[in-house]
Design a binder for this molecule. Structure first.
Ligand code: GYE
Length: 329
């Protein structure tokens, strides 16, 4: 269950046109000038635009490429693996210097990564991992420890109910099925609450990391489960959608149903400060600068660490009030 740290593939960022990217994806490129590194072209295949986190991550990558004078070929896969594979193949064809990608799901990357390797194009995994056994298929994986994020969510819950012996009925909104953050946030949470039988996950379903799906699935949860104590949502957006469903059902989010989410984007932090969410585990989307540094190194053939873990914290309602005005995203 925790095997995937070694299996992460970060797609390389290369600068070339992605004209052949195919249906469903949208591609843009931003050329930059000046500097000795201006010759580096990165092909970047993004997951999509499903959440506030993703929007902040895309901006971070684009801004950092500009600052590092790296030419960025950017492609949005709209949460579809086939679009990412097409984009990566297109980057290979265009002979970009480095490919970076955030794999929408963990499995099914070996063939295309082998193609990049055969073309001698280094690949960097960013944000999400792959489960490939052959870790030589990518140079490094830059991103959060999602299992740890799940544990942090579980620890808060254990503490919150430490004096209670009554059953605690939990519903879970999972991220995109098969994605590293969905698998790992579930596993870390389960590991932490699993020791106490009073914690019961009475329903668990994917909300695809989107607000709309989070709302829809929470509505269904509320219809079939009259007695929900806690919602654990794998990201803020699904939690925010669920808040609408809870209010729609005449209940008070944060009170009648306690809510834990992951990400800490501004809208999530606002809901936390407003008392509608009870606890947020931070997951930083600001991976751009580190990604560009790693890209420069791998293009030069320098050694880089196999795993670069993002530093993150957690927020209570009081802490959210303090930092809200300075939150960048
Ligand atoms: O938590 C979620 C997004 O992969 C860490 O993807 C990322 C997750 C993030 O859609 O909001």
């Amino acid at each position: 269950m925790f095997k995937r740290i070694s299996g992460l593939v970060l797609a390389g960022l290369t600068a070339m046109s992605v004209a052949a990217c195919g249906s469903g994806g949208s591609d843009t490129s931003a050329n930059t000038t000046g500097g000795g590194d201006s010759t580096i072209t990165m092909g970047f295949s993004q997951v999509g635009a499903e959440s506030g986190w993703r929007t902040a991550n895309t901006k971070s990558v684009q801004d950092a490429a500009k600052n590092a004078s790296i030419t960025l070929k950017f492609s949005d896969a709209q949460q579809k693996q086939e679009n990412q594979i097409k984009a990566i193949r297109s980057y290979i064809q265009q002979k970009v210097d480095v490919i970076a990608f955030s794999p929408v799901v963990e499995s099914g990357w070996d063939t295309v990564l082998k193609e990049a390797q055969n073309a001698k194009i280094p690949v960097i995994l960013t944000d999400r991992a792959v489960d490939s056994k052959d870790t030589s298929l990518y140079k490094t994986f830059l991103g959060s420890d999602f299992v740890e994020e799940g544990r942090k969510a579980g620890k808060w819950l254990v503490e919150e109910y430490k004096d209670s012996t009554d059953p605690v009925n939990i519903v879970e909104l999972q991220g995109t099925t098969g994605s590293a953050p969905a698998n790992d946030r579930k596993a870390g949470f389960q590991e932490t609450i699993g020791a106490e039988s009073k914690f019961k996950i009475i329903a668990s379903q994917t909300g695809d990391f989107t607000r709309a799906k989070g709302k829809e699935v929470m509505e269904a949860f509320l219809k079939s489960n009259p007695d929900i104590d806690v919602l654990y949502a794998h990201n803020d957006d699904m939690g925010l959608g669920a808040i609408e469903a809870i209010e729609g059902a005449g209940k008070v989010p944060g009170k009648d149903i306690k809510i834990i989410t992951v990400d800490a984007v501004k809208d999530g932090m606002q809901a936390l400060a407003d008392g509608k969410i009870n606890y947020i585990v931070e997951c930083s989307p600001l991976l751009g600068p580190q990604l560009m540094d790693l890209a420069k190194k791998v293009v030069k053939g320098e050694q880089v660490p196999a795993r670069v873990v993002t530093e993150e914290t957690v927020f209570t309602q009081e802490e959210a009030k303090k930092v809200l005005s300075t939150r960048q995203y």
